[in-house]
Ligand binder design. Structure first.
Ligand code: PGA
Length: 251
């Protein structure tokens, strides 16, 4: 069985005191939950402090991006070694904002994915189509390309997570229906099976992201091939993130 992963992507939000307050609150509220993995990805400036706050807790820490080199003259970049150093175990890579605002290519993202696994970070590779690509019937083609290019060079022994995030659903309040999500998730699982074998495909978590909220988390997370959520806006408040993590607490 795949263990659910509920991940919060804080994006460019929260000063260090604000981040500490939210992380402390989540640590208390989510204490003792062990049947699902919980991850928060604060901005770089808050990682060290939040990492200290989370020591000994079941809430894990991740980066929102990184460069693939270990160190050197790369002004403004952060390396996998640095993420490990502050307590990260995951890193989000290829988020649509990185692809579309900062021009990241599949080739660059692939280098980052390979570097992350080399440094014992679990990459969360984000893929997803634009609205015009969906409307043109190109969703699977786009997603397939991003998955194949992003995972190039990995072996079945490498741990990674995929996040399917339709770009038209990110930060827009429009969510994919559970059926739309399931269709793409099962397509991705078949791709993983072709690439790495059935066993690996069955073990690999595929998260859904794009306007996940307490109101829609349950119906999405109950789909067979939806193994968790990558949550943006609703991860910025303890109340809403807690509800998403505990989506089935009320039965
Ligand atoms: P959203 O963001 O939940 O605010 O739509 C999701 C994401 O970009 O990871």
């Amino acid at each position: 069985m795949r263990k659910l992963l509920i991940a919060g992507n804080w994006k460019m939000n929260k000063t260090v005191p604000e981040a500490l307050e939210l992380a402390g609150e989540l640590k208390r509220r989510l204490d003792g939950i062990s049947d699902r993995d919980i991850l928060i990805c604060p901005p770089f400036t808050a990682l060290y402090a939040v990492g200290k706050e989370l020591e000994g807790s079941n809430v894990k820490l991740g980066g929102q991006n990184m460069y693939f080199e270990e160190q050197g003259a790369f002004t403004g970049e952060i390396s996998p070694v640095m993420l490990r150093d502050v307590g990260c175990s995951y890193v989000i890579l290829g988020h649509s904002e990185r692809r579309h605002i900062f021009g990241e290519t599949d080739d660059l993202i692939n280098k980052k994915v390979l570097s992350a696994v080399k440094h014992d970070l679990i990459p969360i590779l984000c893929v997803g189509e634009l609205l015009e690509e969906r409307e043109a019937g190109r969703t699977k083609e786009v997603v397939k390309n991003q998955v194949l290019e992003g995972l190039k060079g990995l072996t079945p022994l490498d741990e990674f997570v995929i996040a399917y995030e339709p770009v038209w659903a990110i930060g827009t309040g429009k969510t994919a229906t559970p059926e739309q999500a399931e269709e793409v998730h099962s397509f991705i699982r078949e791709l993983l099976s072709d690439l790495f074998g059935r066993e690996k495909a069955e073990l690999t978590r595929i998260l859904y992201g794009g306007s996940v909220k307490p109101e829609n988390a349950g119906e999405l997370l109950k789909m067979e091939n939806v193994d968790g959520a990558l949550v943006g806006g609703a991860s910025l408040k303890a109340d809403s993130f807690e509800k998403i993590v505990k989506f089935d607490a009320e039965g």
